[in-house]
Design a protein around this ligand. Structure first.
Ligand SMILES: [Zn+2]
Length: 107
């Protein structure tokens, strides 16, 4: 053996809770695992724009929704706050398309 090992402790940040960006509902993670996935009823997505300027990098945000209803509310809020950016995308959807989704009416 050309090397020796010893036990080390690595300290790093780990996600232990997801918070819905609309209603504030939380989902606790029981086991800290880097491959952990959200429950199937939750959705994780990102938004941001690529218009000219340094703020395009800072505009990229991660969002978490606990339900389809909260997802639509987050879409509405993000579209309203970012409509001045022509290239704004949310959940990989052009903002004009996403706006159409938020205006759908169901029985
Ligand atoms: Zn929610």
């Amino acid at each position: 053996m050309s090397y020796k090992t010893k036990k080390i402790t690595v300290v790093r940040d780990a996600v232990y809770q997801y918070v819905c960006d609309h209603c504030g509902d939380t989902h606790n993670i029981q086991e800290v695992d880097q491959y952990y996935r959200l429950p199937k009823s939750w959705h994780e997505f990102s938004s941001g724009h690529s218009d000219w300027g340094n703020d395009s990098i800072e505009s990229h945000e991660q969002h978490h929704a606990c339900s389809a209803k909260c997802y639509v509310e987050i879409l509405k809020k993000q579209i309203k706050e970012n409509k001045r950016y022509g290239s704004f995308k949310i959940d990989d959807l052009n903002h004009e398309f996403a706006k159409g989704l938020t205006q759908l009416k169901f029985d």
